[in-house]
Design a protein around this ligand. Structure first.
Ligand code: ZN
Length: 323
């Protein structure tokens, strides 16, 4: 069928624009996947960023063998402060965007309604849909631990955005007033302890690795801990305790039934989960309230192969039209 249009229509495209890669997904009206594409993000100028996003959309259209007139909507996740109503990216430092009308630009390019949302809020929509296929849950939080730390919260089946779409930005809760300097300018944010780069930073000079310095990621620290390196074990234990607190904050603030954890750092799998469960168990021992609220079965790992961002992006129009 190459070179021919097929008869698909009313398709949706979901785009997850990260600092490194853009992931694109196309689905039919029954949410069957009809196209997928991934490419590098060029974010040195807004023009290059738009060109990368447009290319990702064109490539996924080509894979589905359709043209823009077969599309119903485009949903886009952006790492930053996003105005969903206007389609303006207020601030996305990793993408070099400030007050940029990304929604309008993409709408004009393809002639298709385009919706924007913060990437982690959007991923929470995707995670919620994933969870609903396994168990019916009205209240859920998605905790993303990767280059940064952030959460997205679904309450009574709806994404909880807050006044500025920033509800769930727990990476910037102060946990150590005199702690390490955070990217946001403050000291001792949760992110300075449990984010991937923070885990690596704590291991520098303490743990020696078989790979070059710039190639070390959090997974290597977990691996060293598993292999019995005492310094790595100490770091991972501390990180696990603070991750448990992140879960505690989400459960105590929103009374969610589930906290689904995802993001690059969770790729360590069991090595990641064990210290987190240990941290939760320590909290449970402290009080009957914690013992009741912080049960182990509230915590769940998102499978690495589920792309919550792009799935959230294809479901985004439904979320916005529920008002
Ligand atoms: Zn911060």
């Amino acid at each position: 069928m190459t070179g021919h249009e097929n008869n698909l229509s009313h398709l949706r495209i979901g785009l997850d624009i990260g600092g490194t890669n853009i992931e694109a997904l196309a689905v039919d009206p029954s949410f069957n996947v009809v196209g997928k594409f991934s490419r590098a993000t060029h974010a040195d100028t807004p023009e290059h960023l738009v060109a990368s996003a447009v290319d990702a959309i064109q490539q996924v259209l080509a894979e589905a063998q359709v043209t823009p007139r077969h599309l119903n909507s485009i949903g886009i996740g952006v790492p930053g402060l996003v105005e969903t109503e206007t389609g303006i990216v207020r601030l996305a430092a990793n993408l070099n965007l400030t007050a940029y009308p990304l929604g309008a630009v993409i709408t004009q390019t393809f002639g298709v309604p385009t919706f924007l949302e913060n990437d982690v809020r959007l991923a929470a929509i995707g995670v919620y849909r994933w969870l609903q296929e396994r168990e019916i849950t009205a209240n859920m939080a998605y905790l993303s631990i990767g280059t940064g730390v952030s959460a997205g919260v679904v309450l009574n089946g709806r994404l909880h955005r807050g006044s500025h779409g920033m509800a769930g930005e727990i990476g910037h809760i102060t946990v150590e007033p005199n702690g390490a300097l955070c990217n946001c300018g403050a000291r001792g944010c949760l992110e300075t302890i449990i984010a991937g780069p923070a885990i690596v930073k704590q291991a520098r000079g303490q743990v020696s690795f078989a790979v070059a310095d710039h190639e070390v990621h959090a997974g290597h620290v977990y691996q060293a801990a598993r292999q019995g390196n005492p310094a790595a074990q100490k770091i991972i234990k501390r990180v696990g305790d603070y991750m448990a607190r992140a879960v505690q904050y989400l459960i105590m603030t929103y009374d969610v039934d589930k906290v689904i954890v995802g993001g690059g750092v969770t790729a360590a799998g069991a090595a990641f989960l064990t210290p987190l469960f240990t941290g939760l168990a320590k909290l449970r021992q402290q009080s009957d309230l914690f013992d009741t609220m912080l049960s182990e079965n509230k915590l769940c790992l998102l499978p690495q192969d589920y792309n919550a961002g792009t799935w959230g992006a294809v479901y985004l129009p439904d979320e916005l039209h529920q008002h």
